[in-house]
Design a binder for this molecule. Sequence first.
Ligand code: CUA
Length: 317
Amino acid sequence: MFWWTSIAAADYLPVKASKLAGEVDSIYNFILICSIVSFILLMGGMAYFIVKYRRRTENDKTAYISHNHTLEFLWSFIPFVLFMVMFFWGWKVFHKMRQFPEDAVQISVTGRKWAWTITYANGTQLVNELVIPANKPVVLNMTSEDVIHSFYVPSFRVKQDVVPGKRSRLAFEAIEVGDYRIFCAEYCGTQHSQMIGQVHVVSDADYAKWEKEQSEQGSLTPVQKGAKLYKTQACFTCHSTDGSKIVGPSWKGLWGSPRKFADGSSIPEANEEYIRASMLNPNEHIVEGYTPAMPTYQGRLSEEQINDLIEYMKTIK
Ligand code: CUA
């Protein structure tokens, strides 16, 4: 397929899965075609003039031309018109994107190093998974717990920074049932490239079914709650449960094992006191072979949640 038919069909871009994706692509293609045509005219013109007006002999002189009103007007006015079209067209679509309907499905999103926590109005929490109904407006109310992240769904043509201490919003309407990638589009540290999630767009009936299932999940045991926190608090981005080394020590076999620290000290076994201190004052004792990378969870985890996590940790042998 030739590049121009590809541009006309916009099939070099990700699948268009939201209501405004087509309009975004149209502006993008308009700008791209303007750029390609300008590039050919400018570079072609330059090459043509280089050849045509090259110095042929020692005394070769070209005519002295000071200015040309028509030409000067045209090379100012045509770009001006093109830029105005880009601006007003872009502004029109941007304005549509920044509509946050009251009756939309409202979902909270929290970015943290290095995962997305999705919280629904009924309390359901998911990590790196966003389940939404098709053909219904969705508004994400987003913030960050640590640094700037950026919530990006290429197939929806939406991207929004999430900033600590600030609420940012993102609206879209999915038109196609399916799974789409979520990326973090703002460099946020070691595991930035792993801060990846999925949007599951489902039919109305499936969404209602899923909502019901979630609310029916009765009370959980401390171990189950701990396992859930391991995900929602994004512990898994730094601590594996299979013994592999990520950013921090694995949780496999951690409970009760002897610990050696970078400063040469050690403790005979990892007990409650040590693990609790590691969550609240992570940089006090750095395990040998690791660097201080963990933020404090003081104020982020309740005492009960710390206990749940410890109960869960005990089961990973
Ligand atoms: Cu979060 Cu990059």
